[in-house]
Design a protein around this ligand. Structure first.
Ligand code: 4AD
Ligand code: MG
Length: 477
C-alpha cells in the first residue's frame, strides 16, 4: 500500500495501483466525483465514489472543505479533464465541514475577503500556488548562497540599535506600561527595563552581518525584520523577511554583480521547478488585467517577464544621470508627478522610480552613487565628498526591490559621519571596532523577500504573498 501525494500520483507514468490518500474536498459533484486536494499540487485528483454502495450518511458528509481519508484503486480516467482517477473503495470522513458556513465556497472570492480568512485562504488555487512559490523561492535563495560559499548566519531580532537611522522601530520592553519606573527628569527609566537599556525589534541584520563578514568572509541572513513606518501601501509590511548578504573585500561593483546574478539565479530556479503554479498565476493575472484599461496592462505575460529579467542585463545608472533623465521627462515638465524633480539632491519617490523602470528603461535598473544625505550613515563616502556608494535595484511593477551599499570602512570618516548625525558612538562601539581591527572594503545588500514573491507571482498586494500579514491596525491570526 503506497501513501503518495496527489502530485506524485499525477506525475507518475500510469500504472494501476492501490492508493491511500488524505486531503480536503474541493468539490463533490453528482454524488459521485470528489475533487480532492492535498496541497502537494495545484491539481486535484478525481476520486470516484461508488454511491450505490456507500451509505447515505457518509455521502452527505462529503462536502467542500471536509478532510477525508480515501483508499482505492488508481485507474485510467474515463472522463475528460484528467488522465487518472481513484476508484474509491473506502472513504472515512476525518473532519466535517459545514457547507452552510465554510467561508471558502467553490466560486471566486475577493482578495479582501480572503485576507479576512487568511487561515483558510490557502485552500484556494491562487493562495496555495503563491505559498508553494514562496517556499520554493526561499529554498532557491539558501541554495544559491550555499552553492556560492556563503555562511547562513542568524542575526538578533532584539537589538539596541537603529541600523537604518529612520527611527521606525517597535519597542521591546518588559516594563509595566501603566507604571514604569521614572528617572529624576520624569522620563521612563529604561535602565530598569529587562535589558537595562532601550531595545527594539530589528529593522535590519546588516550591522551584525558585517561583523561576521569580517571573519567568515561571505555571509548572509534571511530572517524577519520589523518597521513601524505607518505607510499603508501595497508594498509595505510592518513585519517582512529580508535577505542580507555581506561580503568582505567586495566593492560596490561586485555588490551589483552579486545582486544581479543572485536574482537571476533564483528566478531561473522557480521557472524550472514551479511551472504549473506559474502558469496558473499567469492566467489569473491575464484575467485580472482584462478589467484594466489597455495602458495599464503589462506588456509581457508573467512567465515572459521572468524570462526577460533572466536574459537581459540590468541597466546601471548613477543617481545623477537618473535625475537628469527625470528632469527632462515629459511627466516632470507637464507637472504630472506629485513631486516635481527640480534639483540634484532630492530623494526619489516611487513615482519617479517607476517612471525610470517602466517607461524609460523598461527593465530592472540599478541606481547607484546617491547623495550622502538621503542615505544611511554606514555607506562609503565617495571621493566627491557628497555622494555615497549606495545602490538600489528597481523592478518593474514593484519599485525598490533591493537596497545596498559598500560600507564605510575608514574609522575616522565613519566617526565623523556618526557625529554629524548624532549617532551614539558608545552604542555602536563594537561596530567601530570592526574598523579599528583589520578593517577592509566590504559590501552587502538587503532584498525584501515579499517584494520578490510579488514579482514572481504577479500578485499586486504585499498582504497576499505572506501567510499572515502585519500592517497598521492589523495583527490578526
Ligand atoms: O533599503 P533598506 O531599508 O535596506 C536596509 O535595510 C539595508 N540595511 C540592507 C543592507 O544593505 N543589508 O531595505 C532593504 C529592502 C528594500 O529594498 C525593500 O525591498 C525591503 O527591504 N523593504 C520592505 N519590504 C516590505 N515592507 C517594508 N516596510 C519594507 N522596507 C524595506
Ligand atoms: Mg532602501
Amino acid at each position: 500500500m503506497t501513501s503518495k501525494t496527489v502530485a506524485q500520483l499525477l506525475k507518475a507514468d500510469f500504472k494501476s495501483e492501490d492508493v491511500d490518500i488524505k486531503g480536503w474536498v474541493r468539490t463533490f459533484r453528482a454524488n459521485r466525483f470528489i475533487a480532492l486536494n492535498d496541497g502537494s499540487s495545484l491539481q486535484n485528483i478525481q476520486c470516484v465514489v461508488d454511491f450505490q454502495n456507500t451509505d447515505e450518511k457518509t455521502l452527505k458528509r462529503i462536502t467542500t472543505g471536509a478532510a477525508v481519508h480515501i483508499k482505492g484503486q488508481l485507474t485510467e480516467s474515463q472522463g475528460k479533464g484528467q488522465s487518472v482517477e481513484i476508484q474509491v473503495e473506502k472513504i472515512v470522513i476525518l473532519g466535517d465541514s459545514d457547507p452552510e458556513t465554510f467561508p471558502i465556497q467553490p466560486k471566486k472570492h475577493s482578495f479582501e475577503f480572503l485576507r479576512e480568512n487568511a487561515h483558510l485562504r490557502t485552500r484556494t488555487n491562487t493562495f496555495s500556488a503563491v505559498m508553494r512559490l514562496r517556499s520554493t523561492l526561499s529554498f532557491a535563495i539558501h541554495k544559491y548562497f550555499n552553492d556560492n560559499g556563503f555562511y547562513y548566519m542568524h542575526t538578533p531580532i532584539i537589538t539596541g540599535s537603529d541600523a537604518e537611522g529612520a527611527g521606525e522601530m517597535f519597542r521591546v520592553s518588559a516594563l509595566d506600561p501603566k507604571n514604569p519606573p521614572l528617572t529624576e527628569d520624569g522620563e521612563v527609566d529604561y535602565k530598569q527595563d529587562f535589558f537595562g537599556k532601550e531595545t527594539n525589534l530589528t529593522v535590519s541584520g546588516q550591522l551584525e552581518a558585517e561583523a561576521y563578514a569580517m571573519s567568515l568572509g561571505k555571509v548572509y541572513t534571511f530572517g524577519p525584520t520589523f518597521r513601524a513606518e505607518n505607510s499603508n501601501t501595497s508594498r509595505h509590511l510592518a513585519e517582512f523577511w529580508m535577505i542580507e548578504p555581506e561580503v568582505a573585500f567586495m566593492d560596490l561593483a561586485g555588490n551589483m554583480d552579486l545582486a544581479e546574478d543572485f536574482l537571476k539565479s533564483v528566478l531561473k530556479y522557480v521557472l524550472e521547478h514551479n511551472r504549473e503554479d506559474l502558469e496558473f498565476l499567469e492566467q489569473r493575472l491575464l484575467d485580472e488585467e482584462k478589467t484594466k484599461p489597455q495602458a495599464d496592462r503589462s506588456e509581457l505575460n508573467l512567465i515572459d517577464k521572468l524570462k526577460f529579467v533572466i536574459e537581459n542585463n540590468f541597466k546601471r545608472v548613477s543617481y545623477t544621470e537618473a535625475i537628469d533623465i527625470l528632469k527632462d521627462s515629459k511627466p516632470n515638465k507637464k507637472k504630472q508627478f506629485k513631486y516635481t524633480i527640480e534639483e540634484w539632491g532630492t530623494d526619489l519617490q516611487s513615482e519617479h522610480e517607476r517612471f525610470l523602470v517602466e517607461k524609460h528603461f523598461k527593465c530592472p535598473v540599478i541606481l547607484f552613487d546617491y547623495p550622502a544625505n538621503i542615505k544611511a550613515f554606514y555607506m562609503r563616502l565617495n571621493e566627491d565628498g557628497k555622494t555615497v556608494r549606495a545602490m538600489d535595484i528597481l523592478f518593474p511593477g514593484i519599485g525598490e526591490m533591493v537596497g545596498g551599499s559598500q560600507r564605510e570602512e575608514r574609522l575616522d570618516v565613519l566617526k565623523e559621519k556618526m557625529k554629524a548625525l548624532d549617532i551614539d558612538e558608545e552604542e555602536l562601539w563594537w561596530y567601530l571596532e570592526l574598523r579599528k581591527y583589520g578593517t577592509a572594503v566590504h559590501s552587502g545588500f538587503g532584498l525584501g523577500f515579499e517584494r520578490l514573491v510579488m514579482f514572481v507571482t504577479g500578485m499586486g498586494n504585499i498582504r497576499d504573498v505572506i501567510p499572515f500579514p502585519r500592517t497598521p491596525h492589523n495583527a490578526d491570526f
